[in-house]
Design a protein around this ligand. Structure first.
Ligand code: HEM
Length: 236
């Protein structure tokens, strides 16, 4: 998204066209929690690898989750497109330095309704002894169900709990050991934009509201008609 802001600035200066969709909400606050992969954390910190991990920048660690905070970005009002980009990352180390894998500058890119991609820069050697130094690796696909998300449009809050995270082929190539489709730890995030900027899923209530008005109007007309009839009957 810093890239997007740079683009916006460049666009304002008339250098390049603006890439951010018009109906976008700027991310005012974002926090994300993700354990990466529990079995990997216990492998790294256990008796086989005898290692640890270090975090930096926007990334912290509170057992058992990595936390990404203070990212920058935008999301469209319908939440089907957007990005939250963080600086800093995680470095896993073990096996007395043979394992030294770095995942930096995570970016959660919302690519559709209830689907996102986690993009990271990866460096290190895989267990298969392939040296990797790749930017913008589309590392994992993040998906969630309608029930896993909560939108409070009036407060500009969008939260998703326990989204499913699956390693992509690119992620597998860069990280090694795990195949594409490997289930990583679930991810949760909470994102804040200006109050009222998000759509409130209002599509359903417009017809529902119209139907309610129509039903109310018919009931009123019926009541008036009956009233008239009964007054008519009272007449001698
Ligand atoms: C001296 C070099 C290494 C040795 C001897 C070694 C050994 C092992 C062993 C024995 C396991 C199986 C652990 C288990 O089943 O509990 C394992 C798992 C694994 N290793 Fe290594 N490894 C080495 C280097 C690396 C490197 C450089 C990476 C790069 C990231 C790596 C990534 C992994 C991963 C992802 C697993 C699977 C962990 C899991 O989720 O269970 N290893 N390794």
């Amino acid at each position: 998204m810093r890239e997007a802001l740079a683009l916006a600035l460049a666009s304002a200066l008339g250098i390049v066209p603006l890439a951010i969709p018009e109906d976008s909400c700027q991310v005012e606050d974002v926090s994300l929690t993700w354990g990466f992969k529990e079995s990997f954390r216990s492998y790294v910190s256990g008796s086989i690898a005898r290692g640890s991990w270090e975090v930096s920048g926007d990334v912290g660690y509170e057992t058992p989750h990595f936390t990404f905070r203070g990212g920058k970005g935008y999301v469209t009002a319908d939440r089907a497109e957007g990005s939250a980009e963080f600086v800093g990352g995680i470095v896993f180390s073990g096996h007395e330095g043979i394992l030294e894998t770095s995942l930096q500058n995570p970016e959660l890119v919302v690519t559709g309704t209830r689907v996102a991609t986690l993009v990271v820069d990866v460096t290190g050697d895989t267990m298969e002894e392939v040296s990797v130094n790749r930017q913008d690796v589309h590392f994992a696909t993040v998906t969630w169900a309608r029930n896993d998300e909560n939108v409070i449009a009036s407060e500009g809050v969008w939260s998703v709990d326990d989204a499913q995270v699956l390693l992509t082929q690119e992620g597998s190539d860069a990280f090694g050991t795990y195949p594409a489709g490997e289930v990583m730890d679930p991810m949760s995030f909470r994102l804040e934009v200006a109050p009222g900027c998000f759509d409130d899923g209002g599509i359903w209530w417009v017809p529902a509201g119209a139907a309610a008005v129509a039903v109310g109007a018919s009931a009123l007309a019926l009541a008036i008609q009956r009233g008239r009839r009964s007054r008519g009957q009272e007449r001698p």
